[in-house]
Design a protein around this ligand. Structure first.
Ligand code: PMP
Length: 286
């Protein structure tokens, strides 16, 4: 029988409540670990290969040995066993278990854990009304392209935003460059041109970001992977967040000031619709 919420830990599938790691796991002690959040639509993964490729790149950067093909098989099996239609799959690979010491010991066996849970999507009204946001300095480390679980700055920012009734923050660098949110990438429309920060160490190369760029190019919308600054934000015709959870979510207010018409803009809506069509076309169960 299918069991909706399920975990995988180091070779075993088991109920989430029974999955536990030793207290000397370096993921727990140091955040010495990487993760991915992957969306399953009607039982099919969206861009699983891109998520695994991003994980592999991060793993190479921190010298964490991972076997991508094994991980892929585990995730497919986890989703299959859960029997869930719309779900979130969470994958984390830690450096492994060793007595606490900053120096990485050689030949550690990584801890591999994954969970699958039903997806509760954002309410339709949120997409209609759009999201509010606040500008905040980006205080994260300089390798934001590595999807590490060391997320203190992100969770503090996201919590601050939530307490103010906002969906997320717009992070900016000391020179005013907008990078991304604490859980999302950010796009803006300026003079009809779609702009977003280029990939590199200062942002996470979002899978949704990449898919939205694919959609924009397909629709013939002019695109520039060039950052905009906090000074330019009030002049944006549209702004939106992208990530695996929200997909494409219009930003209608920043620091209390309306963006565009104060409603999700036409390009935001077109891109969200195009993104959903892309998902329907591309999502795969193998
Ligand atoms: N930036 C950050 C900091 C994130 O944590 C995420 C993932 N939630 C994203 C961007 C978006 O990435 P993706 O589209 O792959 O979910």
């Amino acid at each position: 029988m299918a069991v909706p919420e399920l975990a995988y830990l180091n070779g075993r599938f088991l109920p989430i409540s029974e999955a536990a790691v030793p207290i000397d796991d370096r993921g727990l002690l140091f955040g010495d670990s990487l993760y991915e959040v992957i969306r399953v639509y009607a039982g099919k993964f969206f861009r699983l290969d891109a998520h695994l490729a991003r994980l592999e790149q991060g793993a190479r950067a921190i010298e964490l040995p991972i076997a991508v093909e094994e991980l892929r098989a585990v995730l497919l099996e986890l989703a299959r066993r859960s029997g869930l239609g719309d779900a979130f799959v969470y994958l984390q690979v830690t450096r492994g278990v060793a007595p606490r010491n900053h120096v990485i010991p050689p030949d550690l066996e990584p801890t591999v854990l994954a969970t699958v849970r039903p997806l509760v999507p954002l309410p339709a009204e949120q997409y209609e009304q759009g999201a509010r946001a606040i500008l905040r300095p980006d205080i994260r480390w300089g390798r934001r392209d590595i999807k590490a679980t060391t997320l203190l700055p992100n969770i503090l920012r996201k919590t601050e935003a939530a307490r103010l009734g906002c969906y997320d923050v717009l992070h900016y660098e000391p020179d005013g460059t907008i990078t991304e949110g604490s859980t999302c990438n950010i796009f803006g429309v300026f003079n009809g041109v779609l702009r977003t920060h280029p990939t590199g160490p200062r942002i996470l190369a979002g899978i949704t970001r990449g898919a939205v760029l694919d959609c924009a190019r397909e629709l013939g919308i002019p695109v520039e992977e060039r950052p905009f600054t906090r000074e330019e934000v009030p002049a944006a015709e549209e702004l939106f967040f992208t990530d695996t959870y929200c997909e494409v979510l219009g930003i209608v207010e920043v620091d209390g000031q309306p963006i565009g018409q104060g409603r999700p803009g036409p390009l935001t809506r077109r891109l969200h619709a195009a993104f959903r069509r892309l998902v329907a076309r591309e999502a795969r169960a193998d």
